[in-house]
Every structure is written in structure tokens, then in C-alpha cells.
Design a protein around this ligand. Structure first.
Ligand SMILES: [Fe+2]
Length: 301
């Protein structure tokens, strides 16, 4: 539960002489001291407001991540693994802490566009996709950037990184056909981590491949799909050993979670075919929820 944020009082500054009978103007020293005290109080107040706004922005991201989990636990687990791998690569690339946090945010929200209602059934369709449906799926980077656009005052890198995570080093990606270092660095890092997880992690319709196969896919895409220097770094022995360790740790954690009776993993909606899911939706009664705006809307009709 959120704790109430209590803003400390702004320090009261007394700077004019108040003794009875004192009529002389304040000295220049007194005025300067008072001005300095007011400036400090204003700076502290502005800092508190900024910190409060930053906490609110971070909480908004956390809530959005919870919403992704609630909507689809598989995607929630995927983006966390991608963030884990992306952070290993970002650290190996020597990025400072603030840039690593940017990479982490882009990784965590790179697929947020897939929660869009228009794509949900397609993303979880076990029956294969038509070319038109694949085209629809390819809109998810742009949809994700649109979802995140209101937060760009706090996280300017986020929409730009998310929209670019399917761009390719050779310019053949989407949605904007960016090429080389025109692609934001966070997106280039996430593209490698995302592909590695897509290859190595089991899907409902196929088993996951071993890390060596994942490494071959990254090697084959180097200079075409992926930034060659980042791909080489990812495949360097110490970095790849760490990636493999993280991958195995996450597989063990997921296995424990699946078998833990006290905390069963919520069943994702995607484990059933589209037809079956729609049939279930038809059977589910509409929840009896009254929103406060409804009477007002009804009265206007
Ligand atoms: Fe994606």
C-alpha cells in the first residue's frame, strides 16, 4: 500500500527587524542573507516537487509492468528475462548507471504494444499467422511507443527505444527502416537480448533451443540484424558465460514457480486456442460493476 507523502513545511524566513521602536531600514547584509535564505528555500521546495514527480513517474512504470503481468504472465516473464540479458550486455559495454537504467526500461516495456486489444489474439494464436496478421503484429513497436508517450518528459529514451526495437543494423527493420547507429543504443541492445530469449526459451508450440543455438543466431545476424560490436561483446566468453548463468537461473526459478503449490502461477489466457477463448468469453457473464460516470452519461442521453 502506498504511504501518504507528507511535504515538510517550507522553512519560514524572518529577515526584517521586528523589535518595538526599531524603524531603521535593514542593512545590506541582512537583505543579502534574507535573499539567500529565500533562494535556498525555493530550491529545496523545487527539489521536493521534482523528487515527488519522479517517484510518481517510477510508480506509474511499476503499475504498467504489473498490468502487463496481469494481462499476460508469459509476456511479463519474457520482458524480465530480456531486461536481465540486456543489463548484462549494457554493463559489459561500460555504460554508466543512468544509461543502464534506460536500457532496462526499454527492455521491460519493449513489447508493451502487444497488450493492445487488436493484437492480443494474434500474439497468442497457436494456429499460425497470415501475412496480414503478421503485418498487424508489426505495429506493436509503434503502439508501444504511443502507450509510453505521456511519460517521455521523465523518460525521453523510452518511446524512442521501444519503437526501434525491431529495427535492423542493415536498415531492413521496421517501422522506420533506421540503419546502424541511427538506431538508439538501448534498442540495439534489447534487439540482441530479445532474439536470444526468443530462440532459447520454450514457447507453447515449440521447445526452447540450447544457448549455443541462441549464440549462432546472434552470430549469423551480426552486421545484418544486430550491431556487430554489440553482438561480438554478447558472444565474448565472459559475457556469454554470464548470460548462460542468468538463463539457467531463470529457468530454475520458473520451474520452482510452476511446481509451488502455495503460489500457483496464474494460467495465461494464451494457453487455449482463439476459438476456445472466444467461446469462453461468450459464456462469461458481464461483471456487475457500476462506474460513477454512468448515471451522468445516462442522464445526458
Ligand atoms: Fe517486439
Amino acid at each position: 500500500m502506498c504511504g501518504a507523502f507528507v511535504r515538510p513545511p517550507v522553512p519560514f524566513v524572518r529577515f526584517l527587524p521586528t523589535a518595538p521602536g526599531v524603524t531603521a531600514s535593514p542593512s545590506p547584509t541582512t537583505i543579502a542573507a534574507a535573499a539567500a535564505a529565500i533562494a535556498v528555500a525555493a530550491w529545496r521546495s523545487a527539489r521536493r516537487r521534482r523528487q515527488s514527480a519522479e517517484r510518481l513517474a517510477a510508480a506509474t512504470l511499476e503499475s504498467l509492468l504489473n498490468a502487463i503481468d496481469a494481462n499476460d504472465a508469459e509476456t511479463g516473464a519474457h520482458v524480465r528475462r530480456v531486461a536481465d540479458y540486456a543489463l548484462v550486455l549494457a554493463e559489459a559495454a561500460g555504460l554508466p548507471s543512468a544509461r543502464r537504467r534506460e536500457v532496462e526500461r526499454v527492455a521491460l516495456f519493449h513489447d508493451v504494444g502487444k497488450i493492445h486489444e487488436a493484437l492480443f489474439d494474434l500474439v497468442h494464436d497457436d494456429d499460425g499467422l497470415s501475412p496480414q496478421e503478421r503485418e498487424a503484429i508489426a505495429t506493436h513497436p509503434k503502439r508501444g511507443a504511443d502507450v509510453l508517450a505521456p511519460l517521455c518528459a521523465f523518460y525521453p529514451e523510452l518511446p524512442d527505444g521501444v519503437v526501434a526495437h525491431h529495427e535492423r543494423w542493415d536498415g531492413g527493420g521496421y517501422p522506420n527502416g533506421l540503419r546502424g547507429i541511427d538506431i538508439p543504443l538501448a534498442a540495439r541492445i534489447v534487439a540482441i537480448a530479445d532474439t536470444f530469449d526468443a530462440v532459447t526459451h520454450a514457447r507453447r508450440y515449440r521447445a526452447g533451443s540450447d544457448p549455443e543455438r541462441g549464440a549462432r543466431v546472434i552470430q549469423e545476424g551480426s552486421g545484418r540484424q544486430f550491431d556487430p560490436s554489440l553482438a561480438a561483446l554478447f558472444l565474448s566468453p565472459p559475457v556469454f558465460a554470464e548470460i548462460r548463468r542468468r538463463m539457467e537461473a531463470s529457468a530454475r526459478a520458473e520451474a520452482r514457480e510452476r511446481t509451488a503449490p502455495a503460489n500457483p502461477r496464474p494460467r495465461t489466457r494464451g494457453r487455449v486456442s482463439r476459438g476456445e477463448r472466444r467461446a469462453r468469453q461468450r459464456e462469461t457473464p458481464v461483471p456487475n460493476v457500476s462506474f460513477r460516470w454512468r448515471p451522468a452519461v445516462a442522464a445526458r442521453r
